[in-house]
Write a protein that binds this ligand. Structure first.
Ligand code: 5AD
Ligand code: SF4
Length: 450
């Protein structure tokens, strides 16, 4: 009898990739994925703790799963990811219906733990031991022990983890505590995985890391000579990689070589996510960001020089402890200066084990909400204006989803474009589309060649 797995992923693309690995590992043990927790024998929550809200979502879903388990007492509930890493055994106390807690680097232990649970052993002593797991980085184990990921026929894009952890220690950020120190994956392993994926029909690759710009710098396993720009060039040259993307980057490490990649690598998509977090130097300093507003703007200018059509996006935190009205105005001013194509903006929240959680002068909730609203409204207007610049232009898009009445596609610059379907369009195909209408969050177009 096949066993049924429901997996819910919270948070970032790293987690999405980890969830894929988990599904793949468990498929070897006969698990089939289902879309509802009620249909499952095993529910896994792959969790995120980046902001207080993300963590609250996890606990509220766990609360609801208690009822699901009352109806199906054989249901096993497991928690992995960043909340698991952060809270460890405390989860068993708060949510006694959970049987397994696995840290971010221990997902390869899951099959083993499930087997123990089946034998009637307790899995409640489970460790979330970051330090120990660095001896064998999970991505190496993946290649040793299990076959490479096998994409479904309709899949056309994949993430590849090139590094894990973070050494930056921004004062607000929980990631060094949940994902540990930076470690890069060996170049040869990455290239091998890219080859495998393109052989299986994957057209778009996104290289993932908390801070890809420092790939290979802090690292006992990767070859020192291969920095991120070199890696990107090697991946771009692999035949079959039609589109190449990466995320995420820290402004201070954005090198000249990386900027030049946008000039010379045709398949590198002209989109750059460059988190600014704040436009105020005083706040940036307290955030322990290692750049100033001026350096950030210089990087933006150089990037645009290297690739004039590049679309920029960012992350912003409003209401960091001590953020004054004039600090916030500087963030608004940064938005006016850069005119991002889009951004993700958040109200600051205290996270465990972070330095800023003990900072004084916390900002009142209403002020944070007001600031967030102002920032987001202005960004929406700018996004619309930016999108309108594309009307009348013909752009190459990759097809994402073909529905009866509309096709969803994406430009290299990461804009979503909808257009009327034609016959024989398939996800992953590149077509040309003339943009006819711009909205705030997406564009409409007409297919101009197929
Ligand atoms: N509060 C609010 N936002 C945060 N982020 C990270 N930590 C916090 C926090 N404590 C935001 C940053 C980061 C994005 C992934 O989440 O903007 O770039
Ligand atoms: Fe969330 Fe950060 Fe963990 Fe990703 S690495 S799941 S964003 S806390």
């Amino acid at each position: 009898m096949p066993k049924h797995l429901f997996i819910k992923t919270f948070g970032c693309q790293m987690n999405e990739r980890d969830s894929e690995i988990i599904e793949q590992l468990l498929a070897q043990d006969g698990y089939i994925s289902v879309s509802q927790p009620e249909e499952a024998d095993l529910v896994i929550l792959n969790t995120c703790s980046i902001r207080a809200k993300a963590e609250q979502k996890v606990f509220s879903l766990l609360g609801m799963l208690r009822k699901t388990q009352e109806k199906n007492p054989l249901l096993t509930i497991a928690v992995c990811g960043c909340v698991a890493q952060q809270e460890g055994k405390a989860i068993f106390k708060r949510m006694p219906h959970v049987s397994i807690v696995v840290g971010t680097q221990q997902i390869y232990q899951l099959p083993n733990m499930l087997a123990r649970l089946e034998r009637g052993e307790s899995t409640r002593e489970i460790s979330c031991d970051l330090e120990k797991s660095f001896v064998i980085p999970p991505f190496q184990k993946l290649l040793e022990e299990s076959p490479a990921p096998s994409p479904a026929p309709s899949e056309y894009k994949k993430f590849i983890t090139i590094m894990q952890g973070c050494n930056n220690f921004c004062s607000y950020c929980v990631v060094p505590a949940t994902r540990g120190r930076e470690i890069s994956r060996p170049v040869a392993d990455i290239l091998e995985e890219v080859h495998l994926l393109v052989d299986r029909g994957i057209k778009e690759i996104t290289l993932l890391g908390q801070n890809v710009n420092s790939y290979g710098l802090t690292n006992p396993v990767a070859e020192k000579a291969t920095g991120f720009a070199d890696l990107l060039t090697l991946v771009a040259q692999i035949p079959g990689v039609e589109r190449l993307r990466f995320t995420s980057s820290n402004p201070q490490d954005l090198s000249h070589e990386l900027m030049q990649c946008f000039k010379y690598l045709d398949n590198l998509c002209p989109h750059f996510h460059l988190p600014a977090q704040s436009g105020s130097n005083a706040v940036l300093q307290r955030m322990h960001r290692k750049y100033t507003r001026e350096l950030y703007l210089e990087k933006v200018e150089s990037l645009r020089l290297a690739c004039p059509e590049i679309a920029l996006s960012t992350d912003i935190i409003v209401g960091f402890p001590g953020e004054t009205d004039s600090d916030f105005e500087q963030t608004m001013d940064l938005l006016e200066t850069v005119r991002y194509h889009g951004s993700f903006s958040f109200k600051y929240s205290d996270r465990p084990h972070t330095r800023s959680s003990s900072f004084e002068n916390k900002i009142a909730e209403e002020i944070k909400s007001e600031r967030l609203h102002r920032f987001q409204s202005r960004q929406d207007q700018i996004s619309l204006e930016r999108n309108q610049e594309l009307v009348g232009k013909t752009v190459d898009v990759m097809i994402e989803q073909v529905k009866e009445k509309s096709v969803q596609s994406r430009t290299g610059s990461n804009h979503i474009v909808h257009f009327a379907p034609k016959e024989n369009l398939i996800p992953g195909e590149l077509v040309s589309v003339r943009i006819t209408h711009a909205g705030m969050h997406s564009l409409n177009g007409e297919i101009s060649d197929h």
